[in-house]
Every structure is written in structure tokens, then in C-alpha cells.
Design a protein around this ligand. Sequence first.
Ligand code: SAM
Ligand code: SF4
Ligand code: SF4
Length: 350
Amino acid sequence: MSELSKDNVADAFGRPLRSLRLSVTDRCNLRCSYCMPEQDYVWLPREDVLTLEDMATLTGYFTDLGVDRVRLTGGEPLLRRGLSGLIRLLRQNPLIKDIALTTNGILLADYAEEFYEAGLHRITVSLDTLRPERFHQLTRRDEHERVLEGIASIARAGFTGLKLDTVAIRGFNDDELVDLIEFGKQVQAEVRFIEYMDVGGANQWSQEKVLSRAAMLAMLTVHYGTIEPLPERGAAPAQRFVLSDGTTFGIIPSTTMPFCATCDRSRVTADGMWYRCLYATTGTDLRKSLRAGASNEEMRSLIRAGWEGRRDRGAEERKALERDGLRVGGLIGIEKLRADPHLEMHARGG
Ligand code: SAM
Ligand code: SF4
Ligand code: SF4
């Protein structure tokens, strides 16, 4: 379909379909306690995982219906062999304006140049701490140095607009907010603090561990003085702020100030399950239709109908449960996660 015939759809609340998070693998080389706290996992069957060509084809149906931003994620996306081939395929789609990557950074030094050549636009690295021993405590792996090397390789490869995403957890890294912003200045990155969410395997989540947007701003104001908010950018989840020296940073208040009202995101797992919300427990099996030989128009109709029926606002619903005192800890227990690995954050891509 050409730009002229692009068919923009809207969901039941009038929200457009604009952004797609493509999880290219559910495997990971870290075990972050807020995402993969267990010893063992049920993985998506290898034979179900889509080829990179199929992923590009599926993405094409989404772009025909309004998507113009794609984020590659996982699990750890750099564990997927041939990822730069997927970036090249996506670059051939003229409807995609922005291709971004979220990675834990461990393998980045090996691939940054290749990704730049392939046409990747932007990189976000997840970095929760600057302290190696704390990194080990969080991730159960000794890879902090490689993450820092990965971050250093990004600018060398030619990328600009680096973002560092930090999950802010009370009692874990709440004493590092300033250090992370200062580190961001050194590596020309904008730091974004994400509120800890109860999603998938976050079964160590509790309300007490959530460092709220308000608490973060209060802590940062003590150190930096006046902090000014920057104007909102459409459906972007991060609220951005500027310090008096011009440094900018973001807060993604997913838990205390959900942004469901403007949410334009879809998620496709590595085996082609499509979820209309990070918290959705049911999705649409696009792989099945693709492998059954559905025509392009049938695939587009399936996605159009799915989006038009979308009423998801998962984070707002969770917040309402809290307000009414109907919630204590994590909402989805380990048994349910084992029965359906698609519910895991590392399958769904964050
Ligand atoms: N492995 C890659 C990485 O860590 O960047 C990409 C996938 S990871 C699931 C995507 C993002 O989700 C990461 O920034 C991670 O910190 C975030 N995330 C995972 N679990 C989370 C949770 N319980 N609350 C908030 N953010 C979470
Ligand atoms: Fe950590 Fe990302 Fe792996 Fe989850 S998928 S364990 S957040 S590195
Ligand atoms: Fe979008 Fe669901 Fe997140 Fe709300 S909870 S912002 S609807 S993905």
C-alpha cells in the first residue's frame, strides 16, 4: 500500500495505531530481578519464532494501518542473529519514520557500527546502576563493564539521540538518580527514569518499591534546584524536564500517572502474538494466519478489526484497584506465567 492509500485506524476510544514494539526474541543474557527473577523459564518454542522476513512482512501490515515508529526489543534483541538484516528490511518500508532499539547493551560494542550502517535511527540502553556490585545483585551477571563499553560504542558508530532508561526502585537505586543524570551528561545521553511496574514476571513488585514521579522530582530538586517541565510530545510516554544548566531528563510515570488515554502502542512477540496493551492477557495469533496463507487484505482486516475493538487501559485499571484498596502485591502469579510465557515482560518487550 502506498503512502497515499495508507488507512489509519482508531480504537474504541479514538486512539490511533502509531507505534509497534517488535520483540525479536524472548531469550536474555541478564536476569534482572524486576523482569526475570526466576531460576527457570518456559521459552517460546523455537519452531514458532518468526523469521526476520516474516517480522518485516507483519510490520508492513501495521504500517499500512498507521504505524510509523518501530522499536526492536526482546528479551535481549541482540541475541537474535541477523538483526541488522531486519533493520535493512524495515528501512525498505517508506512508511516507517523511526526505527529504534532497546537493549541491555552487553553485546552492543560488537554491533553498533553494523546497526548504524543498516540504517537504525536510535538506541536506548537500559542502565539501572553505575555500581558493578549493584548491577550483579540486580541482574545476577557480571556484565556491567561490557554495558558501559556498549554505551561508549554508540557515539563512535555515529548515532546521536542516545537514551538511557533506568527503572527506579525504592531502596535499590534511589540514591543514584543524580549520578545517572551526571553520567548521562558525560555520554551525551538523556536519562529517563521509569516507575517500577507490576508486569509479567515482576512478582517481586510491591507498591512500597515504586519510586513515584513525585518522589523522584523532590529528590532531584534537593540537588539541582529548580526543575522545569518541558512541553508534552504527543503520545510519548516520557514527561521531560530541564535543569537550570540546560540538561534534560525524562520520567515515565507508568504506575502513578498512567498515559493510557493517548496510548498508540502495539506489541508483537517473537512468535507473532499481537497484544494491544502491555498488561493484556489475551492477544491475536498473527503467526497462525500468516502461516495459513492469509492474503495481505485478510491480514490487514484482522489487525484493523483488532485495533478498532481495543478498549485496553491496563495501567489505569491497576491504579483504580489500588485506589480502592483492592490490591496488595503483584497481580499475576508465577503459575499463570508458567502456563503462558507470553505474559512475561521478556516475551512482550517492555
Ligand atoms: N532486554 C532489553 C533491555 O533490558 O533493554 C529489552 C527488553 S526489556 C523487557 C525493555 C525494558 O523494560 C527495559 O528498559 C527494562 O528495564 C524494562 N522493564 C522490565 N521490567 C520492568 C518492570 N517491572 N518495570 C518497569 N520497567 C521494566
Ligand atoms: Fe533485564 Fe531486559 Fe533481560 Fe528483562 S529482558 S531481564 S529487563 S535485560
Ligand atoms: Fe498503553 Fe496498556 Fe500501557 Fe495503558 S497500560 S499505556 S493502554 S500499553
